[in-house]
Design a protein around this ligand. Structure first.
Ligand SMILES: C[S@@+](CC[C@H](N)C(=O)[O-])C[C@H]1O[C@@H](n2cnc3c(N)ncnc32)[C@H](O)[C@@H]1O
Length: 273
């Protein structure tokens, strides 16, 4: 079994930090080693040094993505942190109707984006919002984005979806697909997915009326967290809603925010209202 030396661990950690913002303190050496060693074995490489060379090679960006996937978690499920969806519903239902654009900024498999689509579709049917709305999901992992576009989920991940919504928005698999559900075409055409690295500048996006940036900042060090939050907030309209994972607290940022609830904020305009 290959050994991860301190030197190679640091080089790996520096690479991950410079390209995708992931931050690994020395205490994470064991975790990094155990998450990558099976992959190294599977590829028939001699050790971590060879693996580092492989993922540093820009021609081999797909293996770099595999490494990012192994070092992060894609855990997500429908209607995670339900209070955020209740708040979104209350806030979007206020005021005059206008086109709405929402962004799930570390979407993983798309559970957050489709949960939001179910909510907005319900609101549209009740006449609380207009019919011009859309949701963008982005992530750094091609693997999760491919799954998000297919929109097929183990039904266990939809445990917090009400029976009415399951009936309205999901197609149940039969036979070999027993235990799987797929989002229906009506919902899927409202949601699109694309690749985006939150730690690099991005331009052609937004503006959005609400942004979810939940459960991704945990991977970043404090300066990167603030940088990412400020970059993401440039894409939120003044008055728009911003959601972080409730466990992530409030991240220091330049943009003025008003706290509405744990992990939920409103972006203030230049007059502070
Ligand atoms: C735990 S999931 C969060 C999913 C969803 N937002 C939620 O709260 O349920 C974290 C996601 O962040 C993505 N991620 C990690 N670093 C990223 C980066 N630099 N840019 C964009 N996405 C990133 C991972 O690929 C993963 O899918």
């Amino acid at each position: 079994m290959a050994t991860l030396t301190d030197r190679t661990f640091r080089d790996l950690a520096d690479l991950m930090h410079s390209l995708v913002g992931l931050s690994f303190a020395d205490s994470k050496k064991h975790l990094v080693s155990s998450r990558l060693s099976l992959r190294i074995q599977k590829l028939g490489l001699d050790g971590f040094e060879d693996y580092l060379a492989l993922i540093s090679d820009e021609q081999n960006s797909s293996e770099f993505q595999v490494a990012v996937d192994l070092l992060t978690t894609n855990e997500t499920y429908f209607f995670r942190e339900p209070a955020h969806y209740s708040l979104l519903e209350a806030e979007l239902g206020r005021g005059p109707q206008r086109p709405l654009a929402l962004w799930s900024a570390a979407s993983s498999f798309g559970d957050e984006a489709y949960s939001t689509a179910m909510l907005l579709s319900d609101m549209q049917q009740r006449g609380r919002i207009g019919n011009d709305w859309s949701i963008l999901g982005t992530d750094i992992s091609d693997r999760v984005l491919q799954a998000a576009s297919n929109a097929v989920y183990p039904d266990e991940r939809l445990r917090d979806v009400s029976p009415e919504r399951l009936k309205r928005y999901c197609l149940r698999g039969e036979g070999e697909s027993e235990g799987l559900v797929q989002m229906n075409p009506h919902l899927r055409k409202r949601v699109r997915f694309g690749w985006l690295n939150l730690c690099q500048p991005f331009e052609e996006l937004g503006p959005f009326d609400a942004i979810f940036l939940r459960n991704v900042l945990i991977y970043f060090d404090p300066p990167t967290k603030s940088e990412v939050v400020d970059r993401v907030l440039t894409k939120l309209r003044p008055g728009g809603l911003f959601f972080l994972g409730t466990a992530e607290g409030r991240v220091p940022c330049k943009m003025p925010l008003k706290t509405l609830a744990p992990g939920a904020f409103r972006k203030l305009d230049s007059t502070g209202t």
